[in-house]
Design a binder for this molecule. Structure first.
Ligand SMILES: Nc1ncnc2c1ncn2[C@@H]1O[C@H](COP(=O)(O)OP(=O)(O)OP(=O)(O)O)[C@@H](O)[C@H]1O
Length: 232
C-alpha cells in the first residue's frame, strides 16, 4: 500500500503556551480508515489541522505524496485544500441561504474534476433533499450534505474532526457506514477523530494521542462492522 501522508518529528507550540504536540512521527497508507482517539486537549485536532495543511507545525514536516506541505506558501496550501482535501467537522457549516444542491456544488474545486451530483446524493441518501434548505433538514441529513460537499471534488484524503459528535446513535452509525462505503467505493483515505471507542473499532487503525504524543498505534486486522457496534 502506498504512503499518502508522512508526518515526521512534528511539534507544535502555540505562543506562550505549553508544547501541544511533541515529536509526532507516523505514516498514513492510501485508502485506509484511521481513527484518532485521546482525551480532550491531548492534541488530536491540532495534529489533524497540521496533517491537512490548515496549520503549520513549529518543527518537523508533513509530506503529502512526497511533497513537503510545511514548505508550501499560502497559495499552494489553498490549492492543496481546494483540490485534494475534504474536511468534515462536528458543526456542518452549511450555508443557510443556499439549497442542498447549491451547498454540495460549493465543494467542486477549480480543477473541474468532480463526481456526479446524482450519484453522490444517492450514495448518501439525500437525493430527495436537493431542493431543500439546510434549516429544513435534521442534523444527520445536514451532516450527510456536508459529506457530499466534502467529497464532490474527488479528494484523495478526507479529514473528519468529531464528524458524528453532534449526532445520535442511529445517525452516527449511518454516517460511519457511509464513510466506510465511500472509502471502499472511491478509495478515499479517511482520518477520523472521535471520542467514541466503538466507532474506533470499525477502523483499520487506531492512533491514541496522549499529552501530545502517539501513545498507542494499533493496526486492526479484523475491524468490526457498523452493525456490530454496541452503543453504550
Ligand atoms: N490556537 C491555539 N492557541 C493556543 N492554544 C491552543 C490553540 N489551539 C489549541 N490549543 C491548545 O492545544 C491543546 C490541544 O488542543 P486540541 O484541540 O488539539 O485537543 P483535542 O485533543 O483535539 O481536544 P478535544 O477532544 O477537546 O477536541 C489544548 O490545550 C488547547 O487549549
Amino acid at each position: 500500500m502506498l504512503t499518502i501522508l508522512s508526518v515526521d518529528k512534528v511539534t507544535k507550540q502555540f505562543r506562550k503556551h505549553e508544547v501541544v504536540l511533541k515529536n509526532i512521527t507516523l505514516d498514513i497508507k492510501e485508502g485506509t480508515f484511521t481513527a484518532m482517539i485521546g482525551a480532550s486537549g491531548s492534541g488530536k485536532s491540532t495534529l489533524l489541522n497540521i496533517m491537512s495543511g490548515l496549520l503549520k507545525p513549529t518543527s518537523g514536516s508533513v509530506l503529502y505524496k512526497g511533497k513537503n506541505l510545511t514548505m508550501f506558501d499560502d497559495n499552494e496550501i489553498a490549492n492543496f485544500l481546494r483540490n485534494e482535501v475534504g474536511l468534515i467537522f462536528q458543526n456542518y457549516y452549511l450555508l443557510s441561504h443556499l439549497t442542498v444542491e447549491e451547498n454540495i456544488n460549493i465543494g467542486i474545486s477549480n480543477t473541474g474534476r468532480h463526481y456526479d451530483l446524482n450519484e453522490i446524493s444517492k450514495v448518501l441518501g439525500i437525493e430527495n433533499l436537493l431542493r431543500h434548505f439546510p434549516s429544513e433538514l435534521s442534523g444527520g441529513q445536514q451532516q450527510r450534505v456536508a459529506i457530499a460537499r466534502a467529497i464532490m471534488k474527488k479528494p484523495s484524503i478526507l479529514y473528519c474532526d468529531e464528524a458524528t459528535g453532534a449526532l445520535d446513535e442511529a445517525n452516527s452509525k449511518k454516517v460511519i457506514s457511509l464513510l466506510h462505503r465511500i472509502r471502499q467505493q472511491y478509495g478515499i483515505t479517511i482520518i477520523f477523530i472521535t471520542h467514541n471507542h466503538e466507532i474506533a473499532k470499525t477502523a483499520d487503525r487506531v492512533i491514541t494521542i496522549k499529552d501530545g504524543m502517539v501513545y498507542r498505534d494499533t493496526t486492526c486486522t479484523n475491524p468490526i462492522s457498523v452493525e456490530q457496534m454496541s452503543w453504550a
